[in-house]
Design a protein around this ligand. Structure first.
Ligand code: NAP
Length: 334
């Protein structure tokens, strides 16, 4: 019996040692798209020197249990609760920080969540943070510029602006941060109600206010994969802004690829941002302004998100066609 106990103790110690030998990466949003991609990227690397610590509000959820079964350490944490974040970041080498605008639709909440994460990372002495950010569009379109409406009193694209504004929080607090400028997920065609819908002419249609401009976009899973590459590169990435995309695609190109993948014609219906904003679904005004920003600042948005640089970090980066090859059956057709 005593011998058995000893062996068990030894095994525990070995597990702990294995854990501490690796660079622990604490991942906020681990059961979601961006964080989930990072956890999977870490766990799929057989020669990894990193360990994944998945942060979730509910370690007993099916998704959290699946991450634990796959080899992640799962730990409770809530971006509303700085104490829980400090615990979750304790002993971590890296932390992936992301906010969840669409859960609450409040840019001020994103700012306070970003501050909690930045402060917790600082207090826990985390060596490398990746902050998942987007542009503060007000630097390009000041509130006084009435080409698009000001929303919620002080934003142009609320779910972009608060993230961009929060960059300063990480800088002010002196947190060693890489600013990961993400882009539009192709997964929105599956989950965000943006899939092709039957138009009045009976044809499947994607309706976007992009005119003939290119949208910088990406497979959500590639965000986490690229974040992992940034953690692997380490110190040299601290202080940098890394913009990522898998494609710079016009509405017509998106429709052409969808047609090929789905085996039926999908047409692109270009509408004005005003029309898009008037659709009335939750966030339509925010998204209308976002698409207007992407199209009016097409060059800046695409230049800030180099496909070749993303691919050099993440050689498995998917194109839209390859993403469709893997996901076409999951796109609901309205
Ligand atoms: N859709 C796009 O095209 C796009 C493009 C660029 C950026 N973004 C941004 O991406 C962000 C969302 O990231 P995502 O798509 O990876 O999220 P997601 O897939 O919606 O996942 C959200 C995850 O966040 C966790 N979560 C929610 N509230 C939390 C809280 N208070 N504390 C801790 N965890 C919490 C949830 O996990 P538990 O339930 O397990 O706690 C959930 O699994 C948004 O801010 C959005 O603006 C979206």
């Amino acid at each position: 019996m005593a011998e058995k106990k000893k062996t068990a103790k030894k095994a525990d110690a070995k597990t702990d040692k294995q854990k501490t030998d690796k660079k622990i990466t604490a991942v906020v949003g681990a059961t979601g798209a961006q964080g989930g991609g990072l956890v999977r990227a870490i766990l799929n690397d057989k020669h990894r020197s990193f360990a994944a610590r998945a942060i979730t509000r509910n370690p007993n959820s099916e998704k959290a249990k699946a991450l634990a079964d796959a080899g992640a350490e799962v730990i409770a944490g809530d971006v509303d609760d700085i104490k829980s974040l400090k615990k979750a970041f304790d002993g971590a080498h890296g932390a992936f920080c992301v906010t969840f605008f669409w859960e609450h639709l409040k840019p001020e909440k994103e700012l306070s969540h970003a501050r909690n994460m930045a402060q917790a990372a600082k207090d826990a002495g985390v060596h490398h943070v990746i902050w998942s950010t987007l542009e503060d569009t007000r630097k390009s379109i000041p509130l006084s510029d009435d080409r698009m409406p000001t929303l919620m009193g002080k934003y142009k694209v609320p779910h972009f602006d608060a993230k961009g504004e929060a960059d300063e929080i990480f800088k002010e607090l002196g947190v060693p941060t890489t600013f990961l400028l993400t882009s539009f997920y192709w997964d929105n065609f599956i989950y965000f109600g943006m899939g092709p819908k039957k138009g009045a002419n009976g044809k499947l249609t994607i309706t976007l206010p992009l005119s003939t401009k290119k949208l910088a976009s990406i497979a959500a899973e590639d965000i986490g994969k690229t974040a992992y590459a940034i953690f692997e590169q380490g110190d040299e990435m601290i202080g940098k802004t890394v913009g990522i995309a898998g494609g710079h695609l016009t509405g017509a190109q998106l429709a052409k690829s969808l047609s090929k993948a789905l085996g039926q014609e999908v047409v692109y219906n270009a509408i004005s941002p005003e029309t898009y904003r008037s659709f009335g679904f939750t966030g339509a005004d925010d998204l209308g302004n976002m698409f207007q920003f992407y199209s009016e600042f097409e060059q800046d948005c695409c230049d800030a998100r180099s496909i070749s640089e993303t691919k050099s970090l993440n050689p498995e980066l998917l194109t839209f066609d390859r993403w469709l090859g893997q996901n076409k059956d999951r796109i609901p057709l309205g």
